[in-house]
Design a protein around this ligand. Structure first.
Ligand code: URA
Length: 260
């Protein structure tokens, strides 16, 4: 392990770990799956695949609902159009108290896409995702697997406007914002998506299962492999779970190498 990586791991609270040649993704827990079980889990089992919700049908009749027409319009946007639409969006109550909408940040052609929940106060003020304390941890998490914000990495959120008091976005708010996220995914065309926390999981996979039950499994959004890990803000409150997040990141890196 080089000195720089050791510093990042220390920041993540992971100083005791040494990366083995074949990274262990199941830690020291003897109940953890064996490598064979692990690779079996990595094969998308039918019940683990969450086919993305069907694309809205093209608006071919005058009678399409405004929601469908909106989705279809967003699905055709390029980056500047999407940025403008997000900036001006007034489709849900979250627009009322935001300072600004926060689209995303990073390499628009990135292989890696990380998706969080929604902007907090600092993100709302600065217009960039994950710039507060959780963002610092996310940067350290990225660095621990050799990634860097903006370099082959794009970061987005399930909702683009800050929910007041940093509450979890409501289901309808995520639904309303989802066409924007779907368009971002389509424009970035990542090789791998990493979902940070339950809101992102719900928005992208439509899953309500506990995150612990979904870690270290491979899901799919359209044809893109999707993995799940804890949200950095959760990790700041639950330090022991950083070890699990490290396992998840090692798993993500392994899957990324496999898909080449
Ligand atoms: N938490 C998130 O989910 N996203 C951010 O951008 C910041 C904090």
């Amino acid at each position: 392990m080089n000195a720089r990586r050791a510093v990042f791991l220390r920041e993540m609270g992971c100083t005791l770990w040494r990366q083995r040649p074949e990274p262990s993704v199941h830690g020291e827990n003897e109940n953890a799956p064996s490598p064979e079980e692990q690779s079996a889990q990595c094969v998308a089992m039918p019940e683990e695949i969450n086919a993305a919700p069907a694309q809205p049908s093209p608006p071919n009749a005058e009678a399409v609902s405004p929601a469908i027409a909106r989705q279809a319009g967003i699905a055709r946007m390029d980056w500047p159009g999407l940025a403008a639409a997000v900036r001006d969006c007034r489709a849900c109550v979250l627009c009322q108290r935001r300072k600004q909408a926060v689209l995303g940040v990073g390499d628009p052609d990135a292989d890696w896409l990380f998706i969080g929940e929604g902007p907090g106060a600092e993100e709302d003020a600065r217009g960039e995702p994950f710039v507060g304390q959780a963002g610092k941890l996310l940067d350290a998490m990225l660095a621990s697997i050799g990634l860097k914000r903006g370099e082959n990495v794009y970061i987005a959120n399930a909702v683009k406007c800050r929910p007041e008091g940093n509450r979890t976005p409501h289901h309808e708010e995520m639904e309303t914002c989802r066409p924007f996220l779907r368009r971002q995914i389509a424009l970035v065309r990542p090789k791998l998506i990493v979902l940070l926390g339950k809101a992102a999981v719900r928005s992208v996979l439509g899953e309500e299962r506990a995150l612990a039950a979904m870690r270290k499994k491979r899901f799919q959004y359209e044809s893109v492999p999707v993995l799940v890990t804890y949200h950095p803000a959760y990790l700041l409150r639950n330090l022991p779970d950083k070890a699990k997040a490290w396992e998840d990141l090692c798993f993500a890196r392994r899957i990324f190498r496999e898909i080449g």
